[in-house]
Write a protein of this length. Structure first.
Length: 97
């Protein structure tokens, strides 16, 4: 007994053709997409690390400037207090007329 099978259509057995005419595979294209995404992610992470470092440096610099201003203002206020106390009239025990 013989069973007759119809031949399968040829389009099921053809390989995928790239735009340039050579056969290609999805696996190669997916690998290229993964490499591209990883490269973009690496660039974003490098930029993020640089920004975090810059913010840390700016914070330290702001603290130094704030400390310098506090010292400068303390010196200025102590000088004003000193000149104010020096200009007060001297107190004596004798009654003034």
């Amino acid at each position: 007994m013989k069973i007759y099978l119809q031949p399968a259509p040829m389009r099921l057995f053809t390989t995928r053709v790239k735009r340039n005419g050579r056969p290609g595979s999805r696996r190669t294209e997916q690998g290229l997409a993964v490499i591209t995404v990883m490269t973009v992610l690496a660039i974003v992470l490098i930029c993020l690390a640089g920004n975090i470092r810059m913010l840390y440096s700016l914070e330290r610099e702001l603290k130094l400037v704030q400390q310098q201003q506090i010292r400068r203002l303390q010196i200025a206020t102590s000088a004003v207090k000193l000149s104010y106390t020096n200009n007060l009239p001297a107190q004596t025990n004798s009654p003034s007329k």
